[in-house]
Design a protein around this ligand. Structure first.
Ligand code: ADE
Ligand code: ZN
Length: 333
């Protein structure tokens, strides 16, 4: 089963590029930029990767970002992940970045996006890994700041496909960003939002009805409300489930009680993703492998989830079919 999972062609749809920042690269870039980290060494830093909740993780995640200063830093970060994606048979990846994490520290928007974009285009030509770029809005900041970020993105509209919503969920419902997402939609962007990771099912409903999302990130807590589940099924709304993230951030107490199987059985449109793999102990294949073991998922379940990953992507129908064909060729042998 492990070999099958490692080999199966798949797409990743929920991945924060800042969450792929491995301690080794972090220390290397810190040294290059003459920045002192609050941790003596890699071992010391890794010891801090013990989170009671989402906020404890975010505090460390934002701290790690402080060493990213130059275009080449964003390029190196993104390229390291894309090499990993290639190794894991990820044909297509939809990557989030948080510009406000960097612009709030005085880094220019173009420094960030130029570095990420250069790595993404290189991956397409050199690795054959395709991508979409999702610009995520930090929900702990005011809506006005999101409007500024949307404006900064305008010259790079060709490079950005989707606007997302992430960071501290509780107390920052999707409706706080109603107007900015309405503007983003009018400008032609697709929309995603983290909802129901720690926040209540009502936040999932708001993401659907107020932000008009094209996909829900996480959505675990939807299961607490049957009406929300029926609504998601009726809309064929994809959920990007992140098992190891859920375990590390205590959204679930054990992978054995993770709701993924129940979601599949109910007919929800679920995918598996890695979220912030450098912090949560595994990339995409490790997420598939660990949840398969914990829930005793069948090969058929794995094929279903990998199929969903392409169907729930923002590729066009021709591109989706080409990747689904590669998946079929793999499963047919
Ligand atoms: N930013 C990075 N990872 C996140 C997560 N899992 N939830 C919310 N915001 C995030
Ligand atoms: Zn996330």
């Amino acid at each position: 089963m492990k070999k099958f999972i490692e080999g199966i062609p798949k797409a990743e749809l929920h991945l924060h590029i800042e969450g792929t920042f491995e301690p080794e690269l972090m220390f290397r870039i810190a040294k290059r930029n003459d920045i002192k980290l609050n941790y003596k060494n890699i071992k010391d830093l890794k010891k801090a990767y013990n989170f009671a909740n989402l906020q404890e993780f975010l505090d460390i995640y934002y701290m790690g970002c402080n060493v990213l200063l130059h275009e080449v830093d964003f390029y190196d970060l993104t390229w390291a992940y894309l090499l990993k994606a290639k190794e894991q048979n990820i044909l297509h990846t939809e990557i989030m970045f948080d510009p406000q994490t960097h612009t709030e520290r005085g880094i220019s928007f173009d420094t960030v996006i130029n570095g990420i974009h250069r790595a993404l285009t290189q991956a397409e030509t050199k690795l054959g890994v395709t991508s979409k770029l999702i610009m995520s809005i930090l929900r702990h900041l005011p809506e006005q700041a999101a409007f500024v970020t949307l404006e900064q993105a305008a010259p790079f509209k060709e490079w950005i496909d989707v606007i997302g919503l992430d960071s501290s969920e509780i107390g920052h419902p999707p409706s706080k960003f109603k107007r900015v997402f309405q503007k983003a939609k009018e400008e032609g962007y697709l929309i995603v939002a983290h909802a129901g990771e720690e926040g209540p099912p009502d936040y999932v409903t708001e993401a659907l009805e107020v932000l008009h999302v094209n996909r829900i990130d996480h959505g675990n807590r939807s299961l607490e409300d049957n009406d929300v589940v029926s609504d998601l099924i009726e809309r064929k709304m994809a959920l990007t489930i992140c098992p190891l993230s859920n375990l590390k951030l205590k959204v679930v107490s054990d992978l054995k009680v993770h709701p993924l199987k129940e979601m599949l059985l109910k007919g929800l449109f679920v995918t598996i993703n890695s979220d912030d793999p450098a912090y949560f102990g595994g990339y995409l294949n490790e997420n598939y492998i660990e949840i398969q073991k914990a829930l005793n998922l069948s090969k058929q379940d794995i094929v279903q989830i990998a199929t969903n990953s392409f169907k729930a992507s923002f590729l066009n129908e021709i591109e989706k079919n080409a990747m689904l064909l590669k998946l079929k060729e793999f499963t047919d042998v």
